[in-house]
Every structure is written in structure tokens, then in C-alpha cells.
Design a protein around this ligand. Structure first.
Ligand SMILES: [Zn+2]
Length: 433
């Protein structure tokens, strides 16, 4: 210790004069700050370094936040004593730590997490996401905004004595891009070279995997054309994309795939290329302990508290399967939902599995219908072992036991006209280039 102090003073003595005075100045400044009463910090702005996760591809990736307009100030009048706090999440941050830092109670966080069961975003903050909080003079939280990504913001607003949540999603603009190339090596390399992303290439090979063996059947000189819809929010690519049409020409045959409104791929004649969906995420015919019910009354509070899923009474450890092909959008732990998985099955369909004991997939992973994804459990706020299963269409929960799933092999007769029109539109776009 002594040696360290001596070394320190020697270091100071050896400093050039300019640096020495700068050091003194800094020290005095720090002293002043340390003894300032904290009440004087009327409006505190915490700004932190933005660290983005290195994830990429088609999964719901976190985007730079610079493009998000700051509507916060416009929407909420600044009353006397109100305090605003901005936090940018860095790796290792937890929402409970942030609440603690701002003097907000654990009970408040619990309340918000209960409200968050609808969207499951607050308990699972990711680096690069942003929190905006507005507190009144008594440090009561009036508004909490979770800026999830460029497209979506989740807002908790105090209305009376309850918080209500609202997820706002910017739709963005879909625009079509055509990619083409000639096979010279592997399809993957050539498609990549043409500008397609790994996720899009995966979509292509998933769509045609039962028709072509991409490793063996394609030869040098074969050609491909791919039409992709890409989503742009405020002029910037949001990394949300969907392969609309594929045309692969080999010496002997032309293979085609067209994305239908139902989220599945069909060939030029409307014959199905991808597998259908299955109704239940578990085997057998388990008892439904609580059905989907938008008007369910909460047994204790007697308030309307919708049950957005179907509960299967199954023992802990029951195998849970993906009901269709898809990509794992999110997988993790949420205090209310427990271990959970969200799978994006198509542009329209999303499925969610809550209270799991074991998660067997990871975020960004591709799954196929019938893949084992989890073991059921009793984690989170659960009243007993069961699997809570949700089916969403365009972000809205629907009854998974009644939803009209594309279980058929080819385009339905009633949809055939619409499919043909769509297909011809895609073909025209491909030919024009
Ligand atoms: Zn449930």
C-alpha cells in the first residue's frame, strides 16, 4: 500500500504542469458534484453507450435507435417536478436493477410484469433497446416506454390506479427486390454472392427441399431467380424479409415456388411444396384445463382478464413440438410466463409456449413441424403443471383449437383464383428484370 501511495505521488510530481492543474481541477469538480443535493437534479438524463448485439439475419434483431423519433416529449406535457429518465440497455442490465436505481419499488415492477404478460417484452430486455420513464414529483411512474426496435414501442401508462400497456408497431413499407445468379459452385455461395442473406437462402431451401437436393442436383450453368419482399421502416431496411418466389432452372427441369397468402409455398400449379401444420403441440389428446377465452373473469380480482391461450393439463416434462416450420423469434425466461418460446411460423402466424421446464431451441434457430422444442413445466406465475399454448395471427391471439390452419396439401379451390393472380404478378416481376 505504502509503495503504491509513493508511486502515486511520484507519478503526480512527474506530470507536466498543465496535466497537474487539469487533475486538480477535475478533483475539485468531482467534489462539488459529490456534495450537491440530489434534489437539484430536476430532470436527470442517463445516457449510456449503445452496445449492439452481434446478431444478424432475419430474426427480430435489435436495430440502432437513432432513427426513432423522440415522441416522448411531445406526448406528455412536462409538469412541475416531473422527471424523465432515458436508459439504453447494455449487456448484463436487468429491469429490476434499473428500477432500483431510479427508486422504483419491486412491487411496481411485479405489477408491470403482470401487465406485460400480453407482450412479454419488459422482462427480457436486450442490449441496444431503450427505456424511457416519466416520474412525477413523488417519484410515481407515470409512463414507461420500452423501445423494442426500430419498428415497435411498448408503452405502459398509468390510468387511474392501473397500468395499461400498448404495443405500437410501425408497419414499414414492403418493397420487392430481385436476385439472380448462375451456379458455379454451391448454391449457398452463389446465392450469397447474388446478395441473398443466409436467412433468405434457408427459406428458399426449406421451400424446395422436398423437390431439389441443393447439394447434388444443381450443376454449373444452372440458374436461379429469387423475388424477395423487404421491409423498410423510415427508409431503412428493417431486416424483416420474405422470399416471395423462386425459379430455379436446371438442364432438365424448372423448379418454382410461390408464397401464398397462407404463408406456405406452392408450385406453379398450386401444389403444396412445404409441409402442413399440426393442430396440437403435444402428442395424444390431453385434457384442456383452461380454454382460450377473451372474456374470462379473473378468479380473484373478478376483473376481465383474457386467457389468450389454451392450457393443456400435462405433467412436467411432457414433450412440446413445433406445430409448423418456423424460426425461433425469442426464447428465455419471464417472471410471469416462466421459460417461454415464441416461434414465427410465417409472416402471419406466431406461436407461443409458456411455463416450460426446459427450452430445447435457441433464438434464431430454424425449426420444422414436429421438431421437439421444449419440455412442459410449471415455471413463472403458474398455478400447476400445464402447457400454455398461444396462436397469433398478425400479432393477435386467436383460439388455436379453432383456427383455420392450412392443413391441406394444395391451394384450396376457393383460393385458387387469388393464388394464380399473385403467382402471375410475381412471374411478371421476375421476367421484367
Ligand atoms: Zn394459460
Amino acid at each position: 500500500m505504502r509503495i503504491q501511495i509513493e508511486a502515486f505521488f511520484q507519478f503526480i510530481n512527474n506530470l507536466p504542469r498543465k496535466h497537474f492543474f487539469a487533475l486538480i481541477l477535475l478533483f475539485v469538480f468531482l467534489l462539488v458534484i459529490a456534495f450537491l443535493p440530489s434534489q437539484q437534479q430536476k430532470s436527470k438524463h442517463i445516457k449510456r453507450i449503445l452496445t449492439l448485439s452481434s446478431e444478424h439475419g432475419n430474426s427480430a434483431s435489435v436495430e440502432p435507435l437513432s432513427a426513432i423519433a423522440d415522441e416522448f416529449g411531445m406526448r406528455f406535457a412536462n409538469k412541475e417536478g416531473d422527471r424523465k429518465v432515458d436508459v439504453e440497455i447494455v449487456a448484463g442490465d436487468t429491469v429490476s436493477e434499473i428500477f432500483q436505481r431510479e427508486g422504483l419499488s419491486a412491487a411496481l415492477l411485479q405489477e408491470l410484469l403482470d401487465v406485460d404478460q400480453k407482450y412479454l417484452r419488459l422482462g427480457n430486455l436486450l442490449p441496444g433497446q431503450k427505456l424511457k420513464m416519466l416520474m412525477n414529483a413523488e417519484n410515481k411512474l407515470l409512463v414507461l416506454k420500452v423501445i423494442i426496435d426500430r419498428a415497435s414501442t411498448l408503452t405502459f401508462t398509468l390510468k387511474g390506479d392501473e397500468y395499461v400497456s400498448l404495443l405500437e408497431t410501425k408497419k414499414g413499407v414492403w418493397s420487392h427486390s430481385l436476385y439472380k445468379g448462375i451456379i458455379s459452385g454451391s448454391f449457398y455461395i452463389n446465392a450469397k454472392h447474388a446478395g441473398l442473406s443466409a436467412g433468405q437462402i434457408q427459406q428458399i431451401s426449406n421451400a424446395l427441399e422436398e423437390k431439389i437436393n441443393f447439394n447434388r442436383q444443381l450443376r454449373a450453368g444452372d440458374s436461379f431467380k429469387v423475388l424477395v419482399a423487404k421491409n423498410y421502416i423510415d427508409g431503412t431496411y428493417s431486416f424483416d424479409s420474405e422470399v416471395l418466389a423462386v425459379l430455379i432452372k436446371t438442364r432438365s427441369k424448372t423448379y418454382t415456388a410461390f408464397l401464398s397468402e397462407d404463408g406456405r409455398y406452392y408450385d406453379e400449379d398450386g401444389l403444396g411444396l412445404s409441409k402442413a401444420y399440426r393442430r396440437l403441440p403435444v402428442n395424444g389428446h390431453p385434457r384442456i384445463s383452461s380454454p382460450f377465452n377473451l372474456r374470462r373473469l379473473h378468479p380473484i380480482t373478478k376483473r376481465v382478464s383474457p386467457h389468450l391461450g389454451t392450457d393443456f393439463a400435462v405433467v412436467v416434462g411432457t414433450r412440446v413440438y413445433s406445430i409448423g416450420d418456423g424460426i425461433v423469434l425469442r426464447a428465455g425466461y419471464h417472471p410471469a410466463a416462466g421459460n417461454y418460446i415464441v416461434i414465427k411460423n410465417s409472416r402471419k402466424y406466431t406461436t407461443r409456449f409458456l411455463h416450460l421446464s426446459k427450452i430445447l431451441v435457441r433464438r434464431g434457430q430454424r425449426v420444422e413441424m414436429g421438431d421437439l422444442i421444449a419440455k412442459s413445466g410449471n415455471t413463472g406465475r403458474s398455478t400447476g403443471p400445464h402447457l400454455h399454448y398461444e396462436f397469433h395471427i398478425n400479432g393477435r391471439a386467436v383460439n388455436a383449437m379453432k383456427v383455420n390452419l392450412p392443413l391441406s396439401k394444395s391451394v384450396l379451390r376457393k383460393d385458387k383464383k387469388a393464388f394464380n393472380k399473385r403467382r402471375d404478378g410475381f412471374l411478371n416481376e421476375i421476367k421484367e428484370a
